[in-house]
Ligand binder design. Structure first.
Ligand SMILES: C[S@@+](CC[C@H](N)C(=O)[O-])C[C@H]1O[C@@H](n2cnc3c(N)ncnc32)[C@H](O)[C@@H]1O
Length: 347
């Protein structure tokens, strides 16, 4: 696999079955596909900076909520040398731009299955006149292996879509240098029940013969699925527009995060492979891959923010039990540090 900065090279390794289906989906609905001119605010995205994860990994619980509050971009930039390599796993259309703004000099490798998403990401970086990012189309687990080691990996909203999430965790762990960091976001298993319930109603679009999402996943989809999915997304958009009238309180509030974005609607309701991940499994897989959890961030309906570096409700046990009780109302962000020995490089 050859790569040039900002020129997209196709991965020669064929993505089969499961990943084909997901690639097909994200070619139709590149995500999150925000408008080209929208420029992310780096100060407002401080926690995405690799230096922020590095501080969490190095200082751990010694970092007080006040110190975190006082952090500025220049502080976290100082923590993360400009020659350190960053990987974006399943970068979508917008992460490369954000990371280039946060890290103007660092080598950044952005991998995605969807060529359309990468083209969009490249155009955004040109539009904002920023330094190129290396873009690779293909399965991230393979691309990581080829380009390791990395000092920081970001994997947001990707793990719960994988055919084998455990092996993706292990590929990311093995691609990190010692003390490197992984910032991972997964959907809450219980918090997404409603979206997954609605997704089941659209399973037939992927394969009319399939009676449930499990059998649909294993089978081939037809090109006609494309326009049917597109039509379904248009209907969903109408539904979303009408929601404040149909259900002003519960419905409109519950799906407010989607906004009026077709990409977000499709991602929430038409996704071909949105798997509930058990948080305990994710933690166990990470541990056995040589990753140590250094921070977590989420929100509970009853307890409010569950943040490892806040003053209240900060223990991991609380997060796990709130997830088990179906009380998590947000995505779950986990930051890990590589402590184990196994790597592509040392083998
Ligand atoms: C929900 S989007 C998240 C995009 C981005 N991380 C963000 O948070 O804005 C998931 C992205 O991961 C990509 N993806 C899923 N599985 C992948 C894999 N195995 N290798 C590379 N990209 C993958 C999809 O093509 C899609 O663009």
């Amino acid at each position: 696999m050859r790569t040039d900065e900002n020129s997209i090279k196709s991965d020669e390794i064929p993505a089969s079955g499961f990943l084909d289906r997901m690639q097909f989906f994200y070619e139709l609905f590149p995500y999150p596909n925000r408008p080209m001119f929208m420029r992310p605010d780096p100060e407002g995205s401080l926690d995405a900076h690799a230096g922020f994860s590095k501080m969490l990994a190095e200082k751990g619980s010694a970092l007080t909520p006040c110190q975190i509050e006082d952090l500025r971009l220049r502080d976290v930039r100082f923590e993360f040398p400009r020659n350190k390599k960053i990987a974006l796993v399943g970068c979508g259309t917008d992460e490369p731009l954000l990371f280039r703004m946060l890290h103007p000099q660092n080598p950044i490798l952005a991998v995605d299955l969807s060529l359309k998403s990468l083209k969009r990401a490249r155009r955004k970086i040109y539009w904002h006149r920023l330094r190129p990012v290396t873009l690779i189309q293909g399965d991230a687990t393979l691309a990581l292996r080829e380009h390791a080691p990395f000092s920081h990996i970001q994997c947001f909203g990707v793990l719960h879509h994988q055919p084998d999430p455990k092996s993706m965790i292990s590929a990311m762990a093995q691609s990190l240098e010692r003390n490197g960091t992984l910032r991972l976001m997964i959907y809450s298993r219980t918090g997404r029940r409603l979206e997954r319930g609605i997704q089941r109603k659209f399973t037939g679009l992927w394969n009319p013969a399939a009676k449930d999402s499990q059998s649909a996943e294993g089978s081939a989809f037809t090109p006609a699925s494309g326009w049917k999915l597109f039509l379904a997304s248009a209907k969903l958009l109408c539904w979303r527009l009408a929601l404040p009238l149909i259900s002003p309180k519960a419905g409109a509030m519950r799906f407010r995060y989607i906004g009026l974005s077709r990409a977000r609607l499709a991602d929430a309701f038409l996704h071909p492979s949105d798997h509930p991940l058990d948080l305990k499994d994710v933690l166990n897989w990470s541990k056995s891959a040589g990753l140590e959890l250094v921070a977590h961030d989420s929100k509970s309906y009853e307890l409010g923010p569950l943040n490892s570096h806040s003053d209240t409700s900060n223990s991991l046990e609380t997060l796990v039990s709130e997830e088990d009780r179906g009380n998590i109302s947000s995505n779950i962000v986990l930051v890990f540090k590589k402590v184990g020995a196994e790597s592509w490089i040392t083998r």
